[in-house]
Design a protein around this ligand. Structure first.
Ligand code: ZN
Length: 294
């Protein structure tokens, strides 16, 4: 087996050329509310002729597009710690920490892993708990109980430390609301990669949650999602990549990164019939409210 750095270099040279070209930069900067820099480098390398630190190159590419801040999202203990360390040394990065809902059922020591997440949650540049939640798409019945137990534990951590809760909800809208209601939701709730219809969006808006839209909102088939975006007030809207996944149209199938946020936020402005600059300013203000500023 090659070392991690060797396999990373191999993947980089294989796929680096597949990153889409940079879009026209935003005039008013915005932030990426949900990205995985570590997974992007592991799976796709860096855009352009990356020399030097690949994570730095991704952050720099984003800033050139007007995406001058980002939230690095953890999916397990290691990636959560990595993100917290990165946020400590990088002014443009804040971190969130969690065990991904698809992994929680597979852990031999869920309680031990949750204790490590809780320790990371106390760190000052960790501003959110996530991504956590429910995923009935990739987790069968046998894993559901552990997944829900993990979700409940993450909700409790978010409340204990006064951090935003970042929810992964895949085919589980009603169950997500049920668990939030039974635990009592934290003050700040973000539905990452919002995937519901107008009715579910209206319910989330009514509850004061934030809806974070990913590249999926640009897909031709996503009429229902654009209806949901259309009724989301700018004061409760976020934009994200979930990079390296969910690359916006017209670059589906190629790796995603924060510098492509302009494609998604322009679609959001169109669905809202809103001024792009004003929407970007509103989203940044939301980020300061949710995450406490960079
Ligand atoms: Zn994610």
């Amino acid at each position: 087996m090659p070392s991690p750095s060797e396999s990373r270099r191999a993947k980089q040279s294989r796929r680096a050329g597949e990153f889409p070209p940079a879009p026209e930069p935003l005039a008013v900067p915005v932030f990426d509310s949900h990205t995985h820099l570590d997974l992007t480098v592991q799976e796709a390398g860096v855009p352009g002729e990356g020399t030097g630190d690949p994570v730095e190159a991704l952050i720099t590419a984003a800033a050139k597009s007007g995406v001058d801040r980002l939230v690095q999202v953890g999916v397990d203990v290691d990636s959560s710690r990595w993100g917290a360390d990165l946020a400590d040394r990088h002014h443009a990065v804040l971190a969130t920490v969690a065990l991904h809902p698809n992994d929680a059922p597979r852990l031999s020591d869920l309680d031990g892993a949750l204790r490590e997440i809780e320790a990371l949650a106390a760190r000052p540049r960790v501003r959110g708990i996530g991504e956590t939640g429910l995923d009935t798409f990739r987790t069968g019945d046998e894993g559901r109980a552990a997944q829900e137990e993990s979700f409940r534990a993450h909700i409790a951590i978010a409340k204990r430390y006064g951090k935003a809760l970042i929810i992964h909800d895949r085919d589980a809208h009603d169950d997500v609301l049920r668990v939030l209601d039974s635990e009592g939701a934290p003050d700040t709730v973000v539905l990452h990669c919002f995937s519901g219809d107008a009715e579910f969006a209206a319910e989330c808006v009514r509850r004061g949650y934030y809806l974070s839209f990913a590249g999926t909102v640009t897909f031709a088939s996503a009429g229902k999602l654009r209806e949901a975006a259309a009724l989301t007030p700018p004061a409760q809207m976020l934009v994200e990549t979930d990079a390296p996944y969910l690359t916006p149209t017209p670059y589906r199938g190629r790796p995603n990164a924060s510098y492509l946020i302009p494609l998604t936020v322009r679609t959001l402005a169109e669905t809202q019939n809103a001024d792009l600059d004003e929407l970007c300013a509103a989203i940044s203000a939301n980020g300061d409210r949710i995450f406490g500023g960079w």
